[in-house]
Design a protein around this ligand. Structure first.
Ligand SMILES: [Zn+2]
Length: 226
């Protein structure tokens, strides 16, 4: 794994890190920071600065934060543990992790290495919480209708592509050779590791006590213990 997550937690405060326990995590909400060329640290520090109770131009107090910020160089800052609620997508906050993503211009496309890191982070989270990237990874837009993350609201096909790529990486099968002990003897077998389970090739289990055959008529493998 190339991605390095730097924990730089916000101070617990009412406006950006309420310290409330998050519910069962059912998804991820992706955002853009809406501030071209701003760094992950600058955005983290912006969230930290909200602790004094800052107001926006309408005079209402700003509540904002996210669990992760993906930076321009592909760095990742964690603003709080995943066990806590962040303020990023109103009604979705109680069951979703938030990822803010830095971008280079007002178009807001996530380019390399930002894109790669975002994918890696999404795949990592989906793997740990058993989420489906195609259905459980959503845009801020999908929750509130806000134009966020802008490029992926205006280019829905690019958003679909991002989710498909994450799903492909999550499903990627890891083929490797491992040693197993079979009837008291060590034997090298080929395995496919899928979501934490090793699947062993049936034919690799053949030894002097086990016959592996194939019934061509019925088209089924035959396992015989001698
Ligand atoms: Zn947003």
């Amino acid at each position: 794994m190339k991605m390095k997550v730097q924990n730089n937690y916000l101070t617990v405060n009412a406006y950006s890190r309420p310290g409330k326990k998050i519910g069962i995590i059912t998804g991820i909400v992706v955002h853009w920071v809406a501030n071209p060329m701003s760094t992950a640290l600058a955005n983290r520090n912006y969230f930290e600065g909200l602790k004094v109770g800052k107001k926006n131009s309408n005079g209402s107090i700003i509540y904002a934060s996210s669990h992760y910020i993906v930076g321009l160089d592909g760095e990742v800052i964690a603003c709080m543990p995943e066990t806590e609620v962040a303020y990023h997508a109103s009604s979705a906050n109680s069951h979703h992790l938030g990822i803010e993503v830095c971008h280079k211009d007002w178009e807001g496309q996530f380019v390399s290495p930002i894109y790669e890191t975002l994918l890696e982070l999404i795949v990592d989270i989906c793997n740990r919480y058993k989420l489906n990237p195609l259905t459980n990874v959503i845009r801020h837009y999908d929750v509130t209708g806000k134009n966020c993350p802008k490029y992926y609201v205006e280019h829905p096909e690019a958003w679909e592509q991002l989710k498909k790529e994450a799903n492909k990486r999550l499903q990627k099968e890891e083929i490797e050779e491992i040693m197993i002990q079979l009837n008291g003897k060590e034997k090298k077998v080929t395995t496919i590791n899928k979501e934490g389970t090793n699947f062993i090739k049936l034919r690799d289990l053949a030894d002097e006590h086990i016959d592996i055959g194939y019934d061509k008529e019925k088209r089924i493998p035959i396992v015989t213990i001698k």
